[in-house]
Design a protein around this ligand. Structure first.
Ligand code: PGA
Length: 255
């Protein structure tokens, strides 16, 4: 399985920052890494980012509407993201679930929209600090998988982002053992839910991934890549994370 390293810019980035995408795309073109690279800038930059990436790396949206079009002021459809040059969309990020009240059912319908538009859906799950402390993390995330992932999703159209909420932007991290346990659990739930197709879905770890910890995380069993927030904003830092992806053959040399 080729690892997927995805950058989530969240609500950061102006036109003046697009050169960061060009730097990563140039690095990818030069080194042909054995890793899929995705950057999800804010929607305002998506079309420009896609033009700059020019198929050297993929760009994606951070959210989409379940609907294809209609009277939904402020929303953006998966078809519109695709039209702007996106190859993927993040759905169900915890910041959407927490701050916009997104339920598993809504995330499910957004994942269906991504599939309808031909986008890779990166469906996020994760537990809160309290759920982690109470030992409920595995069952919470397993249930989120079953309720958020539409039946019939194919592995090429789906990635899961496991992001413990308390690890996002905090510098805190689960132990390696906790990550391994959770990814194995998500894999089991995916296979129960999707059948054999579930074996090939990439499960990304997210939450405070940095150059200093990426190598250890990406080497863990069932970790099929990373979803990177803060450390994806600057190309030098993101390139240093890409260089940590396990790969045979070509190597990425961070500048
Ligand atoms: P972080 O964010 O890398 O800044 O912790 C990850 C995410 O929320 O996707």
């Amino acid at each position: 399985m080729r690892p997927l390293i995805a950058g989530n810019w969240k609500m950061h980035g102006l036109n003046a920052d697009l050169h960061e995408i060009d730097s990563i795309a140039a690095l990818a073109a030069r080194t042909q890494p054995h890793v899929d690279i995705l950057i999800c800038p804010p929607a305002s930059l998506l079309a420009a980012a896609a033009r700059i990436a020019a198929d050297r790396i993929a760009v994606g949206g951070q959210d989409c509407s379940p609907e294809a079009s209609g009277a939904h002021t402020g929303d953006i459809s998966a078809e519109m993201l695709k039209d702007a040059g996106a190859g993927a969309v993040i759905v169900g990020h915890s910041e959407r679930r927490q701050h916009h009240g997104e339920t598993d059912a809504l995330v499910f319908s957004k994942a269906l929209a991504a599939r309808r538009a031909g986008l890779l859906a990166v469906i996020c799950v994760g537990e809160t600090q309290e759920q982690h402390a109470s030992g409920a993390a595995l069952s919470i995330c397993g249930d989120q998988i079953v309720a958020s992932v539409p039946l019939g999703m194919r592995a090429f159209g789906l990635a899961i982002g496991y992001e413990p909420l308390w690890a996002i932007g905090s510098g805190q991290m689960p132990t390696s053992q906790e990550i391994v346990q959770m990814h194995a659990h998500i894999r089991r739930r995916l296979v129960e839910h999707l059948g054999a197709e579930g074996k090939n879905v990439r499960i990304l770890y997210g939450g405070s991934v940095k150059p200093s910890n990426a190598r250890a995380i990406l080497a863990l069993p069932e970790v099929g890549g990373a979803l990177v927030g803060g450390a994806s904003l600057k190309s030098a830092e993101f390139a240093a994370i890409l260089a940590c992806a396990p790969q045979e053959g070509a190597t990425i040399a961070a500048e």
